[in-house]
Design a protein around this ligand. Structure first.
Ligand code: GDP
Length: 191
């Protein structure tokens, strides 16, 4: 339908996974102003010269759904902006989490780490989690060390990605990473 974007992404590092077309939901969480809305918008208008027509159909608030073709298998990914949900995370059945903070806001990093600990330790979730350091274009205002964030992430089985939604840096990689993590969890034999 009009709410669906079509993107084709074929990262070389992802193993060839064979799964039936599937629908996956990812909850995007983080402090206000860190770039959650911008990130989800970038996901749903990912660069694809073959699907320029769809871009014209995209409207803010019309649903955050993107169709991703990864190594010949098509998946539909829905992104839920955590700013709009009542934060009763336990009741949200999702396949993955993205925890966003801004490198210019140390408090937002603290909030993202709290969310990570809550998901892993309190909820006991084993879903894929991505800790996302956004606004990396604000180099001079960066106040959160990537090494520290990376250390916290890896000690809680969490991926770490540095993005700039403003400059569209590492946004597609994040999208593919989340999808391949979900698929790996569903198909353990694929490695
Ligand atoms: P949300 O409250 O988490 O949904 O954050 P928004 O997506 O609304 O973004 C908040 C503000 O940060 C907006 O003015 C965005 O334009 C800006 N912003 C988002 N991502 C970036 C980024 O990567 N770099 C810079 N410099 N600004 C960004």
């Amino acid at each position: 339908g009009e709410d669906t974007k079509h993107v084709r992404l074929v990262p070389s590092e992802v193993p060839n996974i064979c799964v039936t077309p599937s629908y996956f939901r990812t909850l995007v969480l983080g402090s206000s102003g860190v770039g959650k809305t911008s990130l989800v918008q970038q996901f749903t208008r990912a660069d694809d010269p073959h699907h320029n027509e769809d871009e014209e159909n995209w409207r803010p608030g019309s649903g955050h759904v993107v169709s991703v073709d990864l190594n010949g298998s098509e998946s539909t990914m829905e992104f839920i902006d955590g700013a709009n949900v009542d934060l009763d995370l336990e009741s949200y059945q999702v396949d993955a989490y993205i925890l966003v903070y801004s490198v210019s806001e140390p408090a937002s990093f603290g909030q993202a780490v709290s969310l990570l600990l809550y998901l892993r330790l309190d909820l006991g979730s084993d879903r894929p989690v991505y800790l996302v350091a956004n606004k990396t274009d604000l180099v001079r205002q960066s106040r959160v060390a990537a090494a520290e964030a990376c250390r916290v992430a890896s000690s809680h089985d969490c991926h770490f990605v540095e993005t700039s939604t403003a400059l569209n840096v590492k946004v597609d990689e994040l999208l593919v990473g989340v999808l391949s993590s979900i698929q790996r969890q569903l198909t353990p034999l694929a490695g």
